[in-house]
Ligand binder design. Structure first.
Ligand code: SAJ
Length: 442
């Protein structure tokens, strides 16, 4: 293993580069800089680069003060120029791994990062891929790109590892610095030197034997979550068929102090991780003629929840012999989960599309999301909730932001001349919503 690189890393003299300044890359760049490294963020989006270089943050999980201090100290800067990689000793790749419209993995960002790196890779460089992807990507895709063009030898001239990001946007108890970090190298030396580097900045490093183990561990984490959410969504459907209150069932099961983990049903699965990562795994397994049945079934149930919610809404309006067509529907909360401003894959978008296809007039309110572009249309959040509720035939709670005053919401519905119905997909109203004549719960 390169003693020179090891020395640079352990003495924090290494120049660190972070490719991609999104919700993973910017916090990681800040953590490395705060540990004492000189860090250059590289992002083709010059707006992000300019924000960082002005000493400001564009990701809520870091503060303007943190960025300003590091930029002023010369520890953190950002650029769209990949040539800076010529002087980088340690590189983290934190680029998106979305799905194509076909549902297949879209590795464009990883391939672009790999081809830029291949132009600038040099002896005594360590590279860690953080982007969630299928097992084998680092070894089968990234490694050849880096070796073939450079003629350098893995584990001798340069080092390559995979380390899954475990960032939960908006979370304050588990952050980039204190969340345990799994790292697996192409060779043992790769794993060792990557762990030595990350160990200079993060509190807990778990070194595993290969990149495939690290890639697969991440997919197990998020597949576990997706399948359990699918299970509890199906429990909601089954309880409705049996006339049993699923929320009371879940609360009762959650009293078990061991062997059980609480998940709650909802209008569908949003975010850039949980609905997407498991499909990278099932795609890879199809390539080796295996069907990942749990993933496919859970995905089917989760993607069916928006339609299920719309049907519940139709039930609510039927109670008033009101057709869905031409009814006024207000969606409360469109972000993919509470108290954040992220709309990616939000089930609210599917619910809005389905309602509009059925002829309903749909508006929304979300304190974190002022505008929504969807289905070629732009909507703005309604300014005044009480007025919007009074003017609606039905209010649907899709995302239960903490800022909402739920008891007041019930009061607004009760006094509205339209006798507004409330569809509560998150049990946001709690006991007040149970058996209420104007409330339908998931
Ligand atoms: N959801 C449910 N029921 C649940 C939990 C979530 O319907 O019981 C829905 C949410 O409303 C949301 C989607 O699932 O639409 C995803 O929710 P999430 O809580 O999993 O939030 P994410 O997507 O931000 O997940 C991240 C993940 N982090 C990474 O992948 C790096 C995940 O691994 C974390 O466990 C999760 O945060 C977390 O713990 O909150």
């Amino acid at each position: 293993m390169s003693a020179k690189l090891q020395k640079l890393l352990l003495e924090k003299e290494a120049h660190v580069a972070v490719l991609g300044l999104g919700y993973v890359g910017l916090p990681l760049a800040v953590v490395f800089a705060e540990a004492g490294f000189t860090v250059t963020g590289i992002d083709p989006d010059t707006k992000k680069d300019d924000t960082v270089n002005r000493g400001e943050r564009h990701i809520r999980d870091v503060s303007d003060e943190q960025v300003k201090l590091l930029v002023n100290e010369g520890r953190l800067s950002a650029t769209s120029d990949f040539n800076v990689l010529d002087d980088a000793d340690a590189v983290s790749i934190c680029v998106p791994t979305p799905l194509r419209k076909t549902g297949d993995p879209d590795l464009t960002y990883i391939l672009d990062a790999g081809s830029e790196l291949a132009k600038h890779i040099h002896k005594d460089m360590v590279i860690v891929l953080e982007s969630t992807t299928y097992p084998g990507t680092t070894r089968e895709l990234l490694l050849p790109m880096l070796e073939e063009q450079s003629g350098l030898k893995i584990g001798r001239d340069f080092y390559l590892a995979f380390s899954p990001e475990r960032v939960d946007p908006g979370r304050e108890d588990w952050t980039t610095i204190n969340t345990p970090k799994v790292i697996g190298g192409i060779t043992p030396a790769c794993g060792e030197i990557s762990s030595a580097w990350y160990g200079q900045a993060l509190e807990s490093i778990i070194t595993v034997s290969s990149t495939e183990v690290a890639e697969m561990a991440k997919l197990l984490e998020n597949t576990f979550r997706m399948i359990n959410i699918g299970l509890v969504n199906e429990m909601a459907i089954m309880c409705d068929r049996l006339g049993v209150d699923v929320w009371e069932v879940i609360d009762a099961a959650a009293t078990k102090p061991f062997g059980y983990m609480k998940f709650t049903p909802g209008p569908g699965l949003g975010g850039h991780c949980i609905p997407i990562d498991p499909l990278y795994l099932s795609w890879k397994l199809r390539a080796v003629n295996y069907t990942a049945r749990f993933i496919e079934l859970a995905s089917e149930i989760n993607t069916g929840m928006p339609r299920y919610v719309v049907n519940r809404k139709q039930d609510a309006l039927n109670q008033q012999s009101k057709p869905l067509k031409d009814s006024q529907i207000l969606i409360l909360g469109v972000a993919y989960k509470p108290d954040i401003d992220d709309l990616r894959e939000s089930p609210a978008l599917d619910v809005i599309s389905l309602l509009e296809q059925k002829g309903a007039a749909v508006s929304y309110h979300d304190p974190y999301i002022k505008k929504v572009q969807h289905d070629g249309k732009e909507k703005e959040t309604v300014p005044d909730i009480s007025e919007a509720v009074r003017g609606s035939d039905c209010v649907v709670i899709i995302t239960n932001h903490s800022v909402y005053d739920y008891p007041a919401l019930i009061k607004m519905a009760e006094v509205s001349e339209k006798h507004t119905q409330i569809v509560d997909t998150r049990n946001a109203l709690g006991e007040a919503g149970r058996d209420h004549p104007q409330v339908v719960r998931l």
